[in-house]
Design a protein. Structure first.
Length: 202
């Protein structure tokens, strides 16, 4: 599914309207004012969301409680979250990063072009990261299958070598009527010879 939608979780009407105007030319817009509506959209339309813009200070919630609940549900693992805030302290921003926020849009908003570029950069990097994760996962599964096949082939080759060695040892025993110890020495010699051939011609 194409990620072509921006979810704006913001109580303030003017801010919500401004952000909708900035991104409406490139993205579909879903704008809500409370956590419940935001969660409903995340559950129902998560795969279509390119980014979530969230103001944590929405009604009846304080600071990072909303983001904490979203993080517990693993939403920030699949969709980039950008915080809308007028806070400027490093401690505040650090806590946001710990809960999965990937960037900030500070109030008052800078120019529309800067806000748009910031969000576009976040979306591009996040989607590239997800693409790499999927690619690595597929390659890992492919390598696991190849490794299993190589192990199976090695076991078959080992079995064939043992059969060959036993056959040669029996032939020597029958033809030369040598002692048991000599037969064992012949067997070990044949085994070494077989391993050398395998190493030279894998």
């Amino acid at each position: 599914m194409v990620r072509d939608t921006v979810l704006i979780l913001e109580e303030e009407d003017a801010s919500r309207k401004k952000l909708s105007e900035i991104f409406q030319d490139k993205y579909k817009i879903l704008a809500v004012t409370n956590e419940k509506e935001g969660l409903d959209i995340l559950r129902a339309q998560g795969p279509s969301l390119a980014v979530v813009l969230v103001n944590l200070k929405i009604p009846a919630k304080e600071n990072f409680q909303v983001l904490k609940r979203l993080s517990e549900k693993k939403f920030p693992n699949h969709i980039p979250f950008i915080m809308i805030t007028d806070e400027t302290t490093g401690a505040y921003e650090k806590k946001g990063y710990e809960y999965g926020i990937v960037s900030y849009i500070k109030k008052p908003f800078p120019s529309d072009a800067i806000v748009k570029q910031l969000v576009d950069n976040v979306v591009e990097v996040f989607q590239y990261k997800r693409h790499l994760e999927v690619t690595v996962k597929k390659q890992t599964e492919k390598l696991k299958k190849q490794n299993s096949m190589l192990k199976l082939m090695a076991e078959k080759q080992k079995h064939m070598n043992e059969v060959l060695i036993d056959s040669l040892s029996n032939i020597v025993e029958l033809r030369n009527l040598e002692s048991e110890q000599h037969i064992k020495r012949i067997r070990r010699f044949t085994l070494c010879l077989g391993n050398s051939v395998i190493n030279l011609y894998p």
